[in-house]
Design a protein around this ligand. Structure first.
Ligand code: GAP
Length: 457
């Protein structure tokens, strides 16, 4: 008997909805895809940009103790030797002797192939960095790696940034960018891919103050998800046991999320100590010390690193916002995205395609577009169009009807409550701006006077 999944989000439903609505497609789809690679469609790219923007605003732009960088994907391979990745960035691999599928040994619960039950080979370590060659000659000297994390670009620029930004400790360097890992197994949609985006920062602190800053960042990062609408019961902290720590880490707390496939890591907050800066100082011969003008000491700072995959955050925001609600005889599927994240903020829906109404609605659309990501939709019944916008997570639909031509008013329909209010067209922009920023206000066209909205009238 197939499992009854009514009302419940499964990964299959999410993948299918994301594909149908233009969020995410398999990479190279017409050729059967490429395992571990995904493409963001017209709606997905808006959503992804909003997630990345929300992170960048809160981590970089709204703080005085943070700067951003954008470093190259390919770096001198000495970087990866010094950082320990060439030796240590490996996963334990086993192969099925019968079907030859490969598995990550530390994820198996039994000592047999999860696919065919066959016997497995001995475990061996497999380095998950992608290797390629720079220039026309394929020789060892020309080897470069596609970065598996963006962190090293920030460590090797430490002195450049101290010298040019005049930031004093504690301060952070933040970056968003592509990362590549030749994962043994991929899966669960965009949860684990071979090409993905990381958003992370290195927060440099005075040795001895590390514990305080570590706790501070765990709390800040946890609250970031709550502010953007993730339900608290779907998040929990997980302390890594010492034997499972990465080669550079002394301490690590993960923020785990309850994905459809179970609790799994969303973000890791790591105490990297002075490991990376010291390794680069030793390998490059360049000082990585910081001069503390208060205490007149020279020292190598310690580092706290909160790191998350943009795609994993996107998956969590999608899962958390998804809801199937009974609505009359049907099921309404809706993404209750936080307005800051919603890929489309407003949809303009004319009730008919009649010329005079369409011209009126297109005028409204043209006026709203400079302010919001706005969609114009005049196909199918109004009910179907509301459903479509619900599946895109659009917070507000503006409906233009024949009455609008008479009284210059339009209807705003709210995604979550499905309440409708009538608003003068000239006040649409300000009313939507106020609503999208969380204020339940009604703004008069002439400005200045603002009334609290009184419900459903
Ligand atoms: N610089 C530290 C670092 O890279 P990590 O725990 O290996 O740490 C950071 O990766 C985050 O990147 C993870 O918490 C996860 O959100 C995301 N991530 C890691 N591997 C991923 C993959 N194969 N696909 C998608 N996201 C991944």
């Amino acid at each position: 008997m197939p499992e009854n999944t009514a009302g419940k989000l499964t990964m299959e439903k999410l993948v299918s909805l994301c594909q149908r609505r233009g969020f995410i497609f398999p990479s190279s789809d017409i050729y059967g895809g490429l395992s571990g690679c995904w493409d963001y469609g017209p709606v997905g790219i808006e959503f992804k940009r909003n997630v990345k923007e929300a992170w960048w605003r809160s981590i970089v732009q709204q703080r005085d103790d943070m700067v951003g960088v954008d470093t190259s994907i390919m770096m001198n391979s000495k970087v990866w030797e010094a950082s320990g990745h060439v030796t240590n960035f490996s996963d334990p691999l086993v192969e099925c002797k019968d079907c030859h599928l490969r598995w990550k040994a530390d994820e198996l619960t039994e000592n047999k192939c999860p696919s065919c039950g066959g016997a497995l080979t001995e475990e061996r370590m497999f380095n998950t960095m992608f290797k390629t060659f720079i220039g026309p000659v394929e020789e060892e000297a020309a080897v470069v790696y596609l970065r598996p994390e963006t962190a090293q670009g920030m460590f090797v620029n430490f002195q450049n940034i101290v010298n040019t930004s005049r930031k004093r400790l504690p301060f952070g360097i933040a970056q968003q960018g592509r990362a590549f890992r030749n994962e043994i197994t991929t899966g669960n949609f965009i949860f684990r891919s071979r090409e993905f985006e990381i958003m992370e920062f290195e927060y440099f602190v005075k040795p001895g103050t590390v514990e305080k800053w570590f706790d501070y960042w765990v709390e800040e990062r946890f609250n970031w998800y709550l502010k953007l609408g993730i339900k608290k019961e779907n998040l929990k902290l997980h302390q890594h046991p010492k034997e499972k720590l990465a080669h550079y880490a002394r301490n690590c707390t993960d923020i785990n999320y309850l994905f459809p496939h179970g609790w799994a890591e969303l973000e890791g907050i790591v105490n990297r100590t002075d490991f990376d800066l010291k390794q680069h100082a030793a390998a490059s011969g360049k000082s990585m010390e910081y001069f503390d003008d208060e205490t007149k000491e020279h020292y190598v700072p310690y580092v706290i690193e909160p790191s998350l995959g943009a795609d994993r955050a996107i998956l969590a925001f999608l899962c958390d916002a998804y809801e199937e609600e009974p609505d009359k005889d049907e099921i309404r599927v809706v993404f209750h995205f936080h307005p800051d994240l919603a890929p489309i903020k407003v949809a303009v829906l004319p009730l008919s395609r009649k010329e005079n109404l369409a011209a009126f609605a297109k005028d409204v659309y043209a006026n709203l577009r400079p302010c919001f990501t706005t969609q114009y939709d005049d196909t199918q019944s109004i009910g179907r169009r509301y459903r479509r916008q619900d599946e895109l997570g659009t917070p507000y639909c503006v409906t233009i009807d024949f009455q609008s031509l008479e009284d210059n008013m339009a209807t705003i329909r709210e995604r979550d409550s499905m309440n409708q209010i009538r608003v003068p067209v000239a006040a649409l922009k300000n009313t939507l701006l106020a609503k999208l920023s969380g204020e339940d206000l009604f703004v008069l066209p002439e400005g200045g006077k603002i009334w609290k909205q009184s419900g459903n009238d």
